[in-house]
Design a protein around this ligand. Sequence first.
Ligand code: OAD
Length: 228
Amino acid sequence: MKPTLVVFTGAGISAESGIKTFRDSDGLWEEFDINEVATPQAWEKNKALVLDFYNKRRKQILEAQPNKAHDALVELEEKYDVQIITQNIDDLHERAGSKKVLHLHGEITKSRSTVDPSLVYKIKNAEIRLGDKCEKGSQLRPHIVWFGEAVPMMDNAIIRVEKAAIFMVVGTSMAVYPAAGLIDYSPPQIPKYLIDPSDVKINGIANLTIIKEKASVGLPMLVKDLLK
Ligand code: OAD
């Protein structure tokens, strides 16, 4: 059996595919107010604005391509059972070819019923419009976890992290909980790596190697080492 390698990714891994991060200096949350576009209250207040925000994000993501960092994680599958846990709502890990991807914060390519959360649909024409309805007649919303909402995939993610033989963190500011707390469930004795060009605030983690590089540089280097 291949050893389990868990990779926790954030917006930084898709930055070099041209998708903006959230908290860097030109990040999305500089341009948009979280409270106006990414909360249940925003949805109640102005559905058209929220749909427009995510329709624009979806368009950009569909035009983007996976980069060398996404590709490097696919190579790792030769030797490891690679389990990606991503905070990203893009589908670049899947398009690169990674087989096991868990989306903690939802998926931009999908819509969801507002009366029955188990009704999730692939978006066909790249947009959700006002008036688009689920099979039970409710307005469709983006299949995204908004601020203030529970993170239903968290329990699943924890089970994976607890079984890791190697744990990697790539391109996340570790600012958003509960996701950022996942690293605390990794076994203390296993090797851990963090790849990010900036200083990420992270304390009290044993066996952590910090690689201060962009994902497209640091990840292919580390993958080459791990495949030796
Ligand atoms: P952030 O924008 O908070 O952090 C992005 C991280 O990527 C920073 O640490 C950057 O230094 C790093 N970075 C930038 N360019 C990079 C590159 N080329 N290679 C590697 N790293 C790079 O994004 P997240 O941590 O993903 O949630 O944000 C977490 C959550 O906050 C998101 O999932 C989203 C957001 O609000 C929701 O929308 C629910």
